[in-house]
Design a protein around this ligand. Structure first.
Ligand code: ATP
Length: 267
């Protein structure tokens, strides 16, 4: 289970339709990753190199992982996801070995997207680094990225909550040379995100997604997804008295009647 299947979150394929807001951001990610991956001839013709790395930065839970997964699945690329802290191994040499394996896997299965979450933990500024392991891992990552020959066919997407904590050597041209700000959603974006996370729910007529969006200032996508789920669970609790937990079947009329009401989303 170490290698997630390309673009899948559980059993479901992530698509651009699953991302609320972030239209300009997604457009930029697609231009820099999907376009050169699908049409390298455009870049050859223009005489420019497609990027090797893109850095997505912003607060936790805003959709960085979601964007990486969606681009991979929509462009048919092999997707390899690793988390910074998981790569930092205390056993000598294992961290570098793990990175080499990831890049080799990407090369063999190209086109590929390597997603490195919490990049700052793998590649903090070297002057901040006291640990020998971190120092070696940064050096190894730089080596792997500089050595990438599959221009445009293997791309590294890094994610971080703290752009200023990333080793500047990684932010030079030819490495993570595109930086895209993935910010907190505004009211309109929150409405879209709510719509996405409630689209499979039997919503009662009194549910007003715009209203919910207005009341959730400061919530990020992950918070909104949790609130939507919480609402459905609260709705379920209302029906429990009508359900005999020992019985094999839920009465069809109960299923028929079930709906999630506005009050269920109230905190
Ligand atoms: P972290 O920095 O913690 O890794 P992240 O920015 O990568 O956070 P995601 O893992 O992409 O955040 O988001 C977590 C979950 O929140 C997603 O699986 C999704 O359910 C929901 N979510 C976040 N942002 C959005 C969005 N813009 N549209 C729809 N759902 C979203």
């Amino acid at each position: 289970s170490e290698k997630p299947v390309a673009g899948f979150d559980g059993a479901r394929k992530i698509s651009y339709e699953d991302i609320g807001g972030l239209k300009d951001e997604l457009q930029r990610v697609r231009e820099t990753i999907e376009l050169p991956m699908r049409h390298p001839e455009l870049f050859r013709k223009l005489g420019i190199d497609p990027p090797k790395g893109v850095l997505l930065y912003g607060p936790p839970g805003t959709g960085k992982t979601l964007i990486a997964k969606a681009v991979a699945s929509e462009s048919g690329a092999h997707f390899i996801s690793i988390a910074g802290p998981e790569v930092i191994s205390k056993y000598y040499g294992e961290s570098e070995q793990r990175l080499r394996e990831v890049f080799e896997d990407a090369r063999q299965n190209a086109p590929s997207i390597i997603f490195i979450d919490e990049l700052d933990s793998i590649a903090p500024k070297r002057e901040d680094v006291t640990g020998e392991v971190e120092r070696r891992v940064v050096a190894q990552l730089l080596t792997m990225m500089d050595g990438l020959e599959e221009r445009g066919q293997v791309v590294v997407i890094g994610a971080t909550n703290r752009l200023d904590a990333i080793d500047p050597a990684l932010r030079r041209p030819g490495r993570f040379d595109r930086e895209i700000d993935i910010g907190v959603p505004n009211e309109r974006d929150r409405t879209e995100i709510f719509r996405i996370h409630t689209r499979g729910m039997p919503l009662a007529d009194d549910v007003d997604l715009g209203d919910l969006a207005r009341q959730t200032h400061g919530f990020v996508g992950a918070d909104l997804a949790a609130l939507a789920r919480e609402g459905a669970i609260r709705a379920l609790r209302r029906y429990l008295p009508d359900i005999d937990l020992e019985a094999d079947e839920i009465p069809p009329d109960v299923l028929e009647r079930m709906e999630v009401q506005a009050g269920d989303f109230r905190e």
